[in-house]
Design a protein around this ligand. Structure first.
Ligand SMILES: Nc1ncnc2c1ncn2[C@@H]1O[C@H](COP(=O)(O)OP(=O)(O)O)[C@@H](O)[C@H]1O
Ligand SMILES: [Mg+2]
Length: 310
């Protein structure tokens, strides 16, 4: 019974979902479900397979193998019906530079057979929603990066989708613009839209997502709510110590404290963070270390490593 309830409320179901390109296994047999009205995030470094995964869910590309169901329909069998009921905001800006802000929406509405008065009303509503009504007559190249992104989001909402897919919605935006995009997503979520997003920003995932998966090299390496993941993967506190002070590493070793070493810092993971912090501060001085709560970035770095990706 419980099983049935869960499967009925799954908006996306993937089992063994795989995508192989000629020379690369971009998505390697992943399983996940996205439930109604949640915000579900795919995190991972560049090349992890996030875009490929959401492009399969968006029915832009076909899986090589595995099972994929979106809004109760099999992606390989009924892609057109699925596409009619989802909204997709792709990673790259693909607004039409020859059209005004409002005409970008109008043209899109026409794809969904929304025309005339209905189209006008829907487009105005969306322009208000993303705060671009004043800019409706502007050309695309007059918009800032954040405005373009918001227009992309508005466009993806033209058909009032049951599922909204956002591929790196805030990459490259300044902090103000990021927060405006976050606000739009939060409002949509509040109104009951199911959202799937990809990001490599940990704070974004922690802020917006009810559940996340972390992907690396085409596989899901961990899944859960941001809080659960932090609890499972790292300790509650992290001490960051500037590594210039002599004797620190020897001290950490002597005390048996788990730590990670970077060029400039030691990151100490201890179940007794505050106590260890006090001891370090009294021994080495107060200015060289900080105590903070563990966050999703710690989980991410622990699981995917610190080396740079392409
Ligand atoms: N159309 C394609 N043809 C060949 N390889 C691709 C194609 N699209 C993506 N890839 C490869 O698949 C892997 C995953 O890419 P992608 O899904 O874009 O990752 P992410 O979005 O997590 O950065 C990368 O190694 C990428 O080079
Ligand atoms: Mg991507």
């Amino acid at each position: 019974m419980e099983q049935e309830k869960v499967s009925l409320s799954a908006v996306v179901k993937a089992k063994g979902l795989t995508k192989a390109f000629r020379d690369c296994l971009a998505v390697d047999a992943i399983d996940f479900s996205v439930f109604k009205e949640e915000c579900f995030g795919f995190l991972g470094p560049n090349g992890a397979g996030k875009t490929t995964t959401v492009r399969m869910v968006s029915c832009f590309i076909e899986p090589s193998s595995g099972y994929l169901e979106v809004l109760g329909r099999e992606a390989q069998k009924e892609p057109r019906l699925i596409k009619a009921r989802i909204g997709v905001c792709q990673q790259e800006n693909n607004l039409d530079p020859d059209l005004t802000v409002e005409d970008n929406l109008r043209v899109f509405a026409r794809y969904f057979d929304i025309v005339g008065k209905d189209a006008k009303a829907r487009c105005e509503e969306l322009l208000h929603f993303v705060g671009l009504y004043q800019k409706r007559k502007s050309a695309i190249d007059e918009l800032s990066g954040g405005m373009k992104r918001r227009l992309m989001i508005a466009r993806s909402l033209v058909n009032s989708p049951d599922l909204l897919i956002l591929d790196e919605p805030t990459t490259g935006l300044d902090p103000q613009a990021r927060h405006q995009v976050w606000e739009s997503v939060m409002r949509l979520k509040k109104e009951g839209t199911t959202v799937v997003l990809t990001t490599h920003y940990m704070d974004e995932a922690a802020h917006l997502c009810d559940r996340i998966v972390i992907m690396d090299k085409g596989k899901i390496i961990v899944s859960g709510s941001p809080k659960e993941l932090i609890r499972q993967a790292v300790t509650s506190h992290v001490i960051e110590i500037y590594s210039g002070s002599p004797g620190i590493e020897g001290y950490l070793k002597d005390k048996g404290l788990a730590y990670e070493k970077t060029l400039t810092h030691f990151f100490v993971y201890s179940q007794h963070g505050p106590q260890a912090f006090e001891e370090i501060s009294s021994k080495f001085g107060h200015g060289i270390s900080t105590l903070r709560m563990a966050n999703l970035e710690d989980v991410f770095l622990k699981l995917t490593g610190r080396e740079l990706r392409e």
